[in-house]
Design a protein around this ligand. Sequence first.
Ligand SMILES: NC(=O)c1ccc[n+]([C@@H]2O[C@H](COP(=O)([O-])OP(=O)(O)OC[C@H]3O[C@@H](n4cnc5c(N)ncnc54)[C@H](OP(=O)(O)O)[C@@H]3O)[C@@H](O)[C@H]2O)c1
Length: 330
Amino acid sequence: MKYKSVVVTRRGGLEAVQIVENELHPPAQGEARIRILATPVCQDDIAIRIGNRPFLRKPPFVPGYAFIGTVEAIGENVTDVAIGDRVAALTQFGSHAEVIYWKASKLVHVPDSLNMAEAVTLLLNYLVAYQILHRVAQVKAGDKVLIVGASGGVGTAFLQLGQLAGLKMYGLASVSKHALLAEYGATPIDYRTQDFVAVIRHAEPDGLNFVFNGMGEEYFERGLALLQRGGALIHYGAPQSFAHFLLLVSKLLVHNVWPNGKKIEGYGTHRLGVELFKEDWQKLFALLAEGQINPLVVQTFPILEAMKAYELLESGKVAGNLVLLAPELL
Ligand SMILES: NC(=O)c1ccc[n+]([C@@H]2O[C@H](COP(=O)([O-])OP(=O)(O)OC[C@H]3O[C@@H](n4cnc5c(N)ncnc54)[C@H](OP(=O)(O)O)[C@@H]3O)[C@@H](O)[C@H]2O)c1
């Protein structure tokens, strides 16, 4: 029996992506074989193919940051999951495929009742926003915040979770996406044509509590300028190259020794352990089940047509999430 995967064969554009067939094999000890039902498409799936990241995996590789699927076989000594269980994981690579082999202890159970396309957006985009809001910033109702990159996958998760937390939100986005930001109660600002520092200073003369930055280090100075004393800029945007990475680290160091009562904190999913993911995913699954969050799934595609989703995300027209689904869910 065989299965197919979406494979990046070399650095480059969409022509570097191919569908490759492999033989199924029994899972190794401690591992489960999972038939993928849903997997999100995110900015990093594209950046790692093009080469816009400082530390890159050599092709060939299968992209795909997360999945939900059904366990179809387990290796020896697997006690965490059983055949037929609906499970999920954060993988960083490997999820854009019909099948994945994954360490059973890193899987989390997913309630069968959830809409799979919506639930799969919680694994990365909502996790990042949730952990930054509640573990790093520890926001409280009434806090004033700026979301840089508010219309994307992570950005819209910030908007929904921020609205739920009672935050007063400002968001940077292209004009075509402003109505969406307003729906979540955020004040939209066009970073291309407006001086967002002037706009926010006028509206919030006492300054902001937090800036959440999903873009580059070019937002550090302006973000810090908007903070009140005791405020923090939380940076989660991935650097585009090694030079950007060095710039980012040096700016973090310089700004944090400057005695102005403001700080910059970095966030990356790789810094937190899988046990914290599991805890936060359960909270997010519960919010989805209760209808308190409503992830914006703009479009779905068959898993093996991932290239169409990559092309659409690269166009910059997407406000929300793109999801790849197994044929039976389409
Ligand atoms: N640290 C982590 O663990 C982690 C995890 C996930 C994602 N990330 C990072 O989070 C960022 C967003 O990822 P995503 O998957 O949500 O991307 P996405 O869905 O493609 O959204 C990115 C959004 O940023 C906006 N944008 C582009 N250039 C901008 C600029 N110069 N200033 C302000 N906004 C701009 C675009 O919307 P407009 O049309 O409105 O400009 C776009 O919708 C990426 O840098 C990614 O690497 C980090």
